[in-house]
Design a protein around this ligand. Structure first.
Ligand SMILES: Nc1nc2c(ncn2[C@@H]2O[C@H](COP(=O)(O)OP(=O)(O)OP(=O)(O)O)[C@@H](O)[C@H]2O)c(=O)[nH]1
Ligand SMILES: [Mg+2]
Length: 415
């Protein structure tokens, strides 16, 4: 049942000339025959609305409009109705054919820009031909994001272009439509006790804690709970002075094995990076993807992506430690590319797996967009924390605060 009021849904208006495949696009996305399609131009005559849950974005309302043809008269009632949709939309999807960009497209882009609406260009029917240089140039001149699709194709191809569409959509939609799950507040009772295990090693910045640790402390305080911060060396001794067991233990991924060993079995335990996988991204996707590590062959390529470009230190986690653990795990030589900062390869197709950092310096929208981009290439994407715990054989334990995801992990690994 759809209960979100229309006003809280992201309104996505689909514009395009007659017959470009607007309705076919909508039907493919919704996996339903929501809107009638036909080879005859002018099939959609009134605005067709379709509300749905478009994960990971949330509730959306698609508005499929009647296309304009060169013979359309701007004053026509049908055209007026389509134009009114502009005022209701948060984001515009402009569907075009690979060989046609003209006044109509310029008009839609101008109207959307005037209203500060995000635009995603969908170049449909690429099964009939690649986008012409005119179309490619016009899109790049306008600085627009475009994806190429074939709305009629099904199966994996459809799954992948839908992911690419979501990635593009995430990069243009207004911030208020990106809902952010709690960091850890929902995992603890009010008045609860959380222990944060924070190593102070060479990687720790001088005189302060790092962002995920600070955010965790703040979230614990906001939840009216108690935060205890301790290094891994003092962790075991802490239990001697605690009068009750903690409700949750969160540790740095790099000390997860020691912390697992030192923590009573019935205490929930996870890592900062796993918390961030949920907070900024998609923990379930990260957990499903990490299993790829089992099937890696020598010669396979992996991408390690780090959102910030901190100064790499000698024993850097992304550049040195994770690659070393992976090579030990795979028992052979895998190619590992490391990208840091704003750099993120446009083409991910030759990677078997992407391992992304927690993304504490990215906003959720950017992280989700990167995840969808990888899915768009059919490439599994996991996160540092999930990967490190998996490589050390303790992911099962580190998922204990997330029983549904842990169950899925256990069923996947047949353990
Ligand atoms: N070859 C090919 N044909 C497509 C594709 N997508 C849609 N079509 C065909 O294009 C025609 C028009 O599709 P519609 O989805 O009705 O297009 P529309 O933009 O909604 O058209 P109007 O509502 O008339 O403006 C239909 O015959 C579709 O089967 C595609 O990716 N490849
Ligand atoms: Mg239509």
């Amino acid at each position: 049942m759809i209960t979100t009021p229309k006003g809280l849904r992201l309104h996505i208006a689909i514009f395009g000339r007659v017959n470009v495949g607007k309705s076919s696009f909508l039907n493919a996305i919704t996996s339903q025959d929501v809107s009638i399609t036909s080879p005859h131009p002018g099939t959609t005559t009134d605005v067709v609305e379709k509300a749905m849950e478009l994960l990971p974005i949330g509730p959306v309302l698609f508005l499929d409009t009647a296309g304009l043809g060169d013979e359309s008269v701007l004053g026509e009632e049908r055209v007026k109705r389509s134009m009114r949709v502009f005022d209701r939309a948060d984001v515009i999807v402009l569907v075009v054919e690979p060989w046609h960009w003209g006044e109509y497209e310029e008009f839609v882009v101008r109207e959307a820009k005037r209203r500060n609406q995000g635009i995603v260009v969908v170049i449909n029917k690429v099964d009939l031909g690649s986008p012409s240089p005119e179309v490619v140039n016009a899109i790049s001149k306008e600085g627009l994001i475009a994806i190429e699709i074939s709305a009629l194709k099904g199966g994996q191809e459809r799954e992948q272009w839908i992911a690419r569409f979501k990635s593009a959509l995430l990069s243009v939609l207004p911030d208020e439509f990106v809902s952010v799950p709690p960091l850890l507040g929902d995992l603890i009772p009010a008045g609860g006790l959380v222990v944060l295990v924070v190593p102070i090693d060479l990687e720790a910045p001088k005189g302060r804690l790092i962002l995920p640790q600070v955010q965790a402390i703040r979230d614990i305080l906001d939840s009216d709970a108690v935060a205890i911060v301790v290094k891994e060396r003092e962790y075991l001794a802490l239990f001697e002075v605690l009068t009750r067991k903690p409700d949750l233990v969160v540790c740095d991924s790099q000390v997860v094995m020691k912390v697992v060993a030192d923590t009573p079995k019935d205490v929930k335990l996870t890592t900062f990076s796993i918390l961030f996988s949920r907070f900024k991204g998609d923990l379930l996707t990260a957990v499903r993807s990490v299993r790829v590590l089992d099937d890696l062959q020598p010669g396979d390529r992996i991408l390690i992506a780090e959102a910030c470009s901190h100064h790499p230190i000698q024993d850097d986690i992304g550049r040195v430690k994770i690659p070393r653990w992976i090579r030990q795990f795979v028992g052979g030589k895998v190619h590992i590319d490391v990208y840091a900062g704003r750099d993120y390869p446009e083409n991910l197709s030759h990677y078997k797996l992407v391992i992304h950092c927690g993304g504490c310096t990215l906003n959720r929208r950017a992280m989700l967009s990167r995840i969808q981009l990888a899915k768009g290439y059919g490439v599994p994407i996991t996160n540092y924390g999930v990967c490190i715990s998996y490589l050390h054989g303790v992911l099962d334990r580190a998922l204990s605060p997330f029983p549904a995801i842990r169950e899925e992990f256990l069923s996947m690994s047949g353990r």
